[in-house]
Design a protein around this ligand. Structure first.
Ligand SMILES: *Cc1c(COP(=O)(O)O)cnc(C)c1O
Length: 399
């Protein structure tokens, strides 16, 4: 049978609503479509291009590694993986690293590791307390661990063993404790929920709760890690130590790299428990190494904090000017509460004007620019956003 192709987009599975645009080239904070139109990019591949589009260090590392060795198989050591693992453990409380290809896959690894630890130390306890509105990825176990509204009904049956507590409410965590509990897993700042942070008090209560009940504390830092919130990892801002942490997004600077990190005491996988064909391949680990050598620098992190503060201040002024709501977040993971359900409209209009934004909720915007964005690029985007908001408020479009 002859197939009739209607449009160039016909052969892509329609898993999300996409605008009819094809992006061709990226450079720093800017993206260019195939018509040559330029966009200031505050999405950056969903908070993954931490050094912006196609930074030279990353391109050079990829080219050089591609010419040298792409994949000897995960059954052998390779130099970039060894060096990146050394760097990640040197600057954190963790001792061992398992590399994977996506945040969801790293979280699957964390769940498996906790269950293995429960088999070894807690009579097979396997329940992991997670939180309402959390996001841990799109594999079946990660979806079951997530508290994203509606996800429990999408692909039934859900995987068992992920009771949901309420963020910043230690009593709600305590209420779920039983003999089967092995761990608590959370994002220090819930990104997809709209940039909602745990409080310092809750972090300490949770740490004490886990200590008292011999439970593992798992931080999903897929979004908050790798400098995004102004410290290398967000847990460092709370003065606590998780047992397990997952990284993704910014780790590969736009290339598919994630990691599961664990303290030695809980790193209990036996040979055969965990693996993956592409896991720890030298091509992508070389990319991660090039990115993390820059991101871990104290002056780089200081500049993320300063730029983040500048961005936040500009958003606060914007909010006052247009009578909007709260500005949340830290470092360069920020959100603006609009106070009404018009975020998607703002995103569409901004894109037409050449500014790429994200709306994690119908009433809020999220900002996840490159970590090396300049002040003038921030000013440029704020100017565009202010004009759009002014127009929309004038039209009373937003009520
Ligand atoms: C994006 C994200 C994930 C999923 O990562 P993928 O690479 O899309 O699988 C998991 N956890 C958090 C906190 C995230 O922000």
């Amino acid at each position: 049978m002859k197939k009739i192709i209607q449009s160039p987009y016909d052969s892509i599975m329609p898993i999300t609503q996409r605008p009819d645009l094809v992006f061709e080239r990226g450079e720093g904070s800017y993206l260019f479509d195939d018509q040559g139109k330029r966009y200031l990019d505050w999405v950056q591949g969903w908070a993954v291009n931490c050094l912006g589009h196609s930074p030279k260090v990353l391109v050079d590392a990829l080219v050089q590694q591609a010419e040298t060795l792409i994949n000897p198989s995960p059954a052998f050591y390779n130099r970039p993986a060894l060096e990146l693992a050394r760097l990640l453990t040197k600057n954190s409380v963790f001792d061992h690293v398992f590399f994977a290809n996506s945040g969801a896959e790293a979280n699957e690894g964390a769940i498996k590791l906790a269950r293995r630890w429960g088999q070894n130390h807690k009579n097979g306890a396997h329940e992991i307390i997670t939180f309402g509105n959390s996001f841990h990825g799109r594999t079946l176990a990660a979806m079951s661990a997530s508290g994203k509204p509606g996800w429990d009904c999408l692909f039934p049956p859900q995987m068992q063993g992920f009771p949901k507590a309420t963020l910043n409410d230690i009593d709600s965590v305590q209420a779920l404790l039983n003999d089967e509990t092995v761990a608590v897993m959370l994002e220090p700042i819930q990104g997809e929920a709209g940039v909602i942070s745990i409080t310092g008090e809750f972090a300490h209560e949770l740490m004490a709760f886990c200590d008292r009940n011999e439970l593992l504390l798992i931080f999903d830092e897929v979004q908050t890690g790798c400098g995004r919130t102004g410290s290398l990892y967000a847990y460092q801002q709370f003065g606590i130590e998780p047992d397990i942490m997952t990284l993704g997004k910014g780790l590969g600077g736009g290339t598919p790299l994630s990691a599961l990190l664990a303290k030695k005491e809980v790193s209990c996988f036996e040979p055969g428990d965990q693996g993956g064909t592409f896991c720890g391949n030298p091509l992508i680990c070389a990319a991660g190494l090039a990115v993390m050598r820059i991101v871990e620098g104290e002056s780089f992190l200081a500049s993320v904090r300063e730029t983040g503060y500048y961005f936040k201040t500009r958003l606060q002024l914007l909010s006052e000017k247009h009578g909007l709501g709260e500005v949340r977040g830290s470092g360069l993971l920020l959100a603006l509460e609009l106070g009404r359900d018009c975020a998607c409209d703002v995103v569409d209009r901004a894109r037409e004007t050449g500014l790429l934004l994200n709306a994690p909720r119908a009433h809020s915007l999220r900002f996840m620019p490159a970590l090396n964005i300049s002040r003038s690029e921030i000013d440029e985007g704020i100017y565009v956003l202010s004009a759009i908001l002014g127009e929309m408020m004038g039209e009373r479009h937003c009520d």
